[in-house]
Design a protein around this ligand. Structure first.
Ligand code: SF4
Length: 288
């Protein structure tokens, strides 16, 4: 397979065929994100994608899921995207589920009908980074989107009948904005109605501008116990029915459950960790 640079995929796509259709992220300006800093965004040539599909047709017959990398595959103009999906269907008929990362902008660039057509060809899961439900945080980190735009994008995905998975980033508002970040993120999630919510924990990277602000002392990172309070506040305010995962390698306390059903169980686990911080993942073992 032709892979340009490091390939990033959600943990739940560990067993998927990874087909890289774009290089990098079309936005690539978020101040906390170092994922695609070294990559200049481009859409790969169809001939390269077709050759990868020929390879997968020979060697990936036991993999029933496929993930379209890199950062924002849905930004590909619809006619080109349709051709890629048709090619996947034709060459890999055993693939049952296609997933991709999307931005609010790339979702809004497609109609519900277009997404439904892609769904008919196998598109199943859309991963969207909300990061925060606070407009001032989104602005500070140069996300390039407002909460209202994120909510509008979620409605399009839901109307097309696709599985929507949304990421929020604990700690992104710093210590002073922690509570508001948790409450407003929950409020946005309640309106976005995702099927899955993933809460990751922000880790400063030296090659990013927010990482540099942190190193200069201009961004106060919440400590592990502050993050537990933020996580608890988030969980307390989520009313929408969704699978909730806070078990990413960046998290201090691995948590998973169904909200709102498991709220009390999750909060009890957080409170237990607050009273015995030895349960927390040590700093040295946390990863992005
Ligand atoms: S967080 Fe997402 S949208 Fe922002 S630069 Fe990174 S990959 Fe691109």
């Amino acid at each position: 397979m032709d892979y340009v640079g490091q390939i990033i995929r959600p943990p739940s796509e560990a067993n998927s065929i990874i087909l890289q259709v774009t290089v990098g992220c079309s936005h690539n300006k978020c101040t906390f994100c170092g994922a695609y800093k070294e990559k200049r965004f481009s859409i790969k040539e169809f001939s390269t994608i077709a050759a990868d599909l020929d390879f997968a047709a020979r060697y990936c017959q036991r993999q029933h899921k496929l993930f379209l990398a890199d950062g924002d595959a849905l930004i590909i103009p619809y006619p080109r995207l349709l051709t890629i999906f048709q090619e996947i269907r034709e060459k890999l008929p055993w693939v049952r589920r296609i997933s991709l990362y999307a931005s609010a902008r790339s979702i809004r660039s497609k109609s519900v009908e277009q997404l439904q057509q892609l769904k008919a060809l196998g598109l199943d899961r859309v991963y969207l980074g909300l990061e925060s439900g606070c407009d001032n945080v989104l602005k500070d980190v140069t996300k390039g989107e407002s909460t209202a735009n994120m909510i509008a994008a979620a409605k399009i995905v839901n109307s097309a009948g696709l599985f929507l998975s949304i990421t929020v980033l604990l700690g992104l508002a710093g210590l002073s904005g922690s509570r508001e970040h948790a409450v407003k993120s929950a409020e946005a999630l309640n309106l976005m109605q995702p099927r899955q919510i993933a809460a990751l924990t922000y880790m400063p990277l030296a090659n990013t501008s927010l990482g540099k602000q942190f190193l200069a002392g201009d961004f106060v990172l919440p400590g592990p116990e502050d993050i537990l309070v933020e996580l608890q506040t988030l969980v307390e305010h989520i009313e929408t029915a969704a699978q909730f995962h806070a078990n990413h390698a960046s998290n201090y306390l691995p948590i998973t459950g169904r909200l709102p059903r498991d709220r009390h169980k999750i909060i009890a686990a957080i409170e237990q960790a607050q009273s015995d911080t030895r349960q927390l993942v040590p700093e040295s073992l946390r990863r992005l």
